[in-house]
Design a protein around this ligand. Structure first.
Ligand SMILES: [Zn+2]
Length: 83
């Protein structure tokens, strides 16, 4: 599934033209509506929220293999205990 940015006025899909780091993990996305009759330009804020499942790259290799054999629910339960 992918997420598309839509224009707030006409509902048409917009294109992200540029992004700039505003501060820390906050990015500003600069968008333009693809509807030629609208053409509104706007910015959105994009910010990291939280980790829902940990990166395998941050685990010791022996734990990574064990974790890979767990189903998604088991992984989330384990991670919720660590958080
Ligand atoms: Zn529009």
């Amino acid at each position: 599934m992918s997420v598309r940015v839509r224009c707030k006025v006409c509902g048409e899909i917009a294109t992200i033209q540029d992004s700039v780091v505003a501060s820390g993990e906050l990015k500003k996305l600069y968008c333009t509506c693809n509807n030629p009759e609208c053409g509104m330009g706007f910015s959105l804020n994009l910010e990291f929220d939280r980790v829902l499942s940990p990166s395998a790259l941050l685990m010791p290799p022996e734990l990574r293999d064990k974790f890979a054999r767990m189903n998604r629910k088991q992984q989330q339960e384990l991670f919720s205990k660590l958080a």
